[in-house]
Design a protein around this ligand. Sequence first.
Ligand code: NOJ
Ligand code: CA
Length: 698
Amino acid sequence: MSNSHQGARQRGATGVFVRRSAAAALVLAMSAGHVSAQTPLRPGYNRDVIYQVFVDRFFDGSTTNNYGSDPLFDATGTDLQKYLGGDFQGLTAKMSYLKNMGITAIWVTSPLDNRNLLALAGSKAPYHGYEMRDTLKPDEHFTNASQSWQPFDDFVSAAHFNGIKVIVDFAPNHSNVRGSGDDGALHENGVLRANYSTNPGGFFQTGPNMGGSQWDSPYETQYYTIYDLADLNQQNATVDALLKGAVANLQNRGVDGFRIDATKHVNWGWQYTLANSIYTNRTSFVFGEWVADDRNNPLYGDLLKFSNKSGIAELNFPMFTTINRVFGQGAAFTDLDTVVGQQQADFTYQNDLVNFVDNHDRKRFLTVDTSADDRKHLHAALAFVLTARGVPCVYYGTEQYLEGGDDPDNRRKMPAFSETTTAFNLIKNLSTLRKNNEALAYGTTQQRWINANTYVFERKFYDSVVVVAINKGNTSQVVSGLVTSLPVGTYTDYLGGTISGQSLVSSTAVSGGFQAASLTLPANSVSVWQRDPATTVAQLGNVSPTHAQPGVKVVISGQGFGTTTGSVRFGTTLATVHSWKDQEIVATVPSVGQGTAALTVRRSGSSVNSNAFSFNVYQAKLVPVTFTVNNAAPTNPGDQIYLTGNTIELGNWSSTRTGAVGSMLTTPSSYPNWWLTVGVPAGKTLSSSSSGCGLMVR
Ligand code: NOJ
Ligand code: CA
């Protein structure tokens, strides 16, 4: 490892080039960006159950936006590649269905205006919302012909009225298909900003479509094109402002969170600034889609770095893949337990990972599982996701046993709205448990008994405990020698026997917990036992966001904070408190030095700190800057170059691969020049020493 200080060129988001010498300190004077009006804060999300909806496929609440003459619309309601009539009016109409299921957050497909014209052989409509054509207007198919926001705003109000948060799918990677149709055209409230063929100011990246291993290669995955979708250049200042303006508008309309599409394919460093921009506007929940099936994925390390540092949690694809194999294809529970263990070791913010059984890009569970017990396996898988570490997400229709193969078959119309299916009631029951027992929201996971078809695991947060016993086999299983943290007593099945659950009799204190009497788990059964004593000790479960600059509001969640306002400290510095409930506090990051600060809570009148959360304090709001290093030779094949510097944003002089920023990118044609976009604090001096930023070659 060496730290070499070289003349480097930095390109700001404004497109200004700054040449600096090694000794010169660099001051970045960027604008503070969007400041949006504050709407009422929504609470933390670790107790939530998310429901993922394709707006077009859920419910048709207004036929006035079913345009009969529109070639993108199919009036027969059968062509899954066309608009089929669902809209925000329909979601509003079905709000009580969602509330009754215990849903507390809805992830909807993008409301933004999408491609209007037929493209690429004319077959497919952008009913999925992944072909944005306007950053500020809603799509007429989901709202009305005048593209007013009213139907969307009404939907948000109805959701909030029912205690349900709104999460919007946002795709900053691309606009719409290039070269045909709307030619990637992107508008801002009806005003054309660019189309692909004219590409003003390098608005788009013009790389070829990705193929093969390029999907998992750091350069191509960020800079090439997916499916001919005109690839936005987030290093362009206009694009940066348009995308951040789009999310700010949605936040001003009350949107509580974002699912970021294709995070693996969008400039990674820029996304740190997107997340920070969202959190600066308002507290939010931001999670992304980074597809990696397991630890063997070439970008698994990059996924971890991104998930642990960017402020964007991730959809838990490694867990999804394992759930699918274990519950749907007969693999052993030991596989699942291995991944649970890996995740506890790998992810810093495991409570924020989003777990799912079904989604819109994979075959539905019931179609993968071809056994006679497929619904029973689905119940077991759902029970796991709803009790595992992370935030559970249910894909629309799973509760109605919807089948579906590959895209678009996995996006069929919602078949029914029955509130009596076993799956519906399972979701409802476990949603109540998530709300009440903090072990599910914040607890660690411990395996307590396992074989190929039986898994007993315990979630524990202080004295709050949930134990789940699943037998996915088609014969009963005797479980003896089970030790849990549930004290001596009898625990009835929280699910009331709806999935053949049994009672647990905890009989004797032993080392590591309490031994239970031997019990028999019926075939295809799920038992849930729990304990949640009241506490008068402040127990901190999670903080959101995990990274922010002074002045940004954070939600601190847990239990035992008391009902009278106490105090919050970052290190020893007191924070301003905005609201205080027994399980949730909103406070502002105070003016403390950059770096990590131990965030603690004290109950009113107490001098005892809670457990600490290691909070990452930025210097200022992040702006994207592309660092370019010219002539970094000699390097050897396989070497990678990292940036390191004097602030948390630059890794605080870390010289490890995970601590420093990067690695930087190069290509055969740009070598020996390297570059990297980094989120750096606006208006701050990047180095207070004369040594400037460092480069680390590893
Ligand atoms: C990933 C989404 O989940 C998928 O459905 C979509 O087609 C691509 N990103 C492109 O936006
Ligand atoms: Ca309609």
